[in-house]
Ligand binder design. Structure first.
Ligand SMILES: C[S@@+](CC[C@H](N)C(=O)[O-])C[C@H]1O[C@@H](n2cnc3c(N)ncnc32)[C@H](O)[C@@H]1O
Length: 174
């Protein structure tokens, strides 16, 4: 699904205030940076990572934004090292092997906000490859024993278009 820079996920919007004020945020597979823009606007420095950073070009001069061009699936190692973030935001992106690293990147007191397509989305269109669709409960499993779940949903939505999605907001102990 393609989004304009100002189309913000309602899920990210809902939990953005659980990211500790002023803390650094990782926007993983940031795309055109719609959540980078949202969170910079809320006073966070943001690292926006994507293999294609062309949609972030207008943010290059913004001192609160660090743009990192990286192929998260083929470059090794994980490009953020052992850096931890007050917020980790992932939307409309899944590379299953990265789930543990995304969870581990949440700093003490920080918040993970994750929303992407889920099994069942093949009925609505793309993505339909199971590699790109979360299995029921998969985000819960990913955070189990590491983060405390604030909210989790696995459901079909009609907006912004019919889709099966799974989403979680979860926080690390301070
Ligand atoms: C559907 S877009 C979602 C963008 C953004 N998170 C959003 O919700 O607006 C998926 C993004 O994943 C990025 N992506 C896909 N494969 C990638 C890879 N191997 N490494 C880094 N980024 C990748 C794409 O370039 C694209 O920007």
């Amino acid at each position: 699904m393609s989004h304009g820079p100002s189309d913000v996920s309602a899920w990210v919007m809902r939990f953005a205030d659980r990211i500790p004020a002023g803390g650094p945020v990782l926007d993983l597979a940031a795309g055109c940076g719609r959540h980078t823009r949202l969170l910079v606007g809320r006073g966070h420095p943001v690292i926006a990572v994507d293999r294609d950073v062309t949609g972030l070009a207008d943010l290059q001069a913004n001192p609160a934004v660090t743009i990192l061009a990286a192929d998260l699936e083929h470059d090794r190692p994980w490009p953020l090292g052992d850096r931890r973030f007050a917020g980790v935001v992932v939307t409309n992106y899944l590379h299953r092997p990265l789930l543990p690293a995304a969870v581990a990147a949440v700093a003490p007191g920080g918040c993970l906000i994750y929303e992407t397509f889920a099994s069942g989305n093949e009925r609505f269109g793309k993505p339909s490859n199971p590699d790109f669709l979360l299995r029921p409960g998969e985000l819960l499993e990913a955070v189990r024993g590491r983060l405390t779940v604030l909210a989790y949903e696995n459901l079909e939505v009609v907006e912004p278009r019919p889709a099966a999605v799974q989403r979680i907001a979860a926080v690390a102990a301070p």
